[in-house]
Design a protein. Structure first.
Length: 324
């Protein structure tokens, strides 16, 4: 499909300083453009000098191809850029102009945003209530040219601002740089010795003597450390190896692969993105259409049956198991 026939949609998010909200969305495949701007105030054509005084807040408008990137993915990225528990602004930027918000352009976006917010609340990532509002989109006004792509045009100032504002420090504490930074002491308290050995020391559990190799219930498998969704029972099959095997991941973005040359052989290791847990290995001898065998350790996974998805905060995967 070329650009002339592409059907695009708009999403509008407020996450404090709009400089910090462009890059996380622009790197996504399927995002066409991200524009910094103002919305929500009384006056028309606000400027940087008067937008706050007239009730506007800083926002970004995202134009995206829904066939390539889902609105749910944009929501996931949004939550991971902000502190949704702070009603007074974001980090060092205080006041209404820097508050957070999701501004839907369609009723479907509203439904998905409310569902996403509810799921985040159920996961209890934060110890305070989530106050980010969900409201209808109002007129969007692009900001001045010098505010656009600030991270590209002023990379050093952008980096200094993100660090100095406390945003990166907060997000690192909540979500981790590439993983959640649990201490070794905390992990040893939370995990069994086998779970710790597998996820943190790249260990391997015994074949045919592990929890999920012969599990036939419907549901999803999440990282034992972070809870990030990894695999679905719909893609699980009996590989005859004695370990739970899957033909593909449930959420591809949560899977990281690396070369593994240990044990005098070449293999492809599989790790989780957020927690950086060692999960197992992937091989090219799986069933079609993928031809992949994700051979995982049960000790690195937690199984959530389909009837408990909503209660556990994974309601977005419930439709996978509904009869059509």
């Amino acid at each position: 499909m070329n650009d002339k026939t592409m059907i695009t949609e708009r999403a509008i998010f407020a996450g404090g300083c709009f400089w910090c909200m462009e890059k996380p969305f622009e790197v996504l495949d399927g995002v066409i453009s991200v524009t910094s701007g103002y919305a929500g105030g009384a006056n028309k054509n606000p400027t940087y000098e008067n937008y706050a005084a007239n009730g506007h807040i800083e926002v970004v408008e995202i134009v995206y191809d829904p066939a390539r990137v889902a609105y749910e993915k944009l929501l996931d990225v949004f939550w991971r850029q902000i502190d949704p528990t702070d009603p007074g602004g974001q980090f060092v930027d205080r006041g209404h102009a820097y508050t957070t918000g999701i501004f839907y352009t369609t009723e479907e976006q509203k439904k998905l945003a409310e569902k996403s917010k509810a799921n985040l609340e159920k996961r209890m990532v934060y110890d305070k209530p989530i106050v980010t509002p969900i409201a209808p989109a109002q007129i969007f006004y692009p900001a001045e040219d010098y505010h656009q792509d600030y991270y590209k045009e002023n990379p050093l100032r952008y980096k200094f601002y993100r660090s100095g504002s406390g945003r990166d420090r907060f997000l690192d504490e909540i979500w981790g740089k590439d993983r959640k930074q649990w201490s070794e002491h905390e992990l040893k308290k939370r995990l069994t010795p086998l779970q710790y050995d597998v996820t943190q020391k790249d260990g391997t559990e015994p074949a045919f003597r592990n929890e999920y190799w012969d599990n036939h219930r419907e549901g999803i498998y999440v990282d034992i450390v972070s809870g990030e969704p990894l695999f679905s029972s719909q893609d699980k099959y009996d590989s005859g190896t004695g370990w739970p095997s899957f033909s593909k991941p449930l959420v591809q973005e949560n899977i990281v692969t690396r070369e593994d040359r240990k044990l005098f052989m070449f293999r492809t290791e599989v790790r989780s993105r957020l927690a950086d847990s060692h999960l197992g290995h992937v091989f090219d001898d799986g069933p079609l259409p993928t031809g992949k065998r994700y051979c995982m350790n049960s000790a690195a996974l937690r199984f959530i049956p389909k009837e408990e998805l909503e209660k556990e905060g994974y309601a977005e995967f419930q439709p996978l198991f509904e009869k059509r």
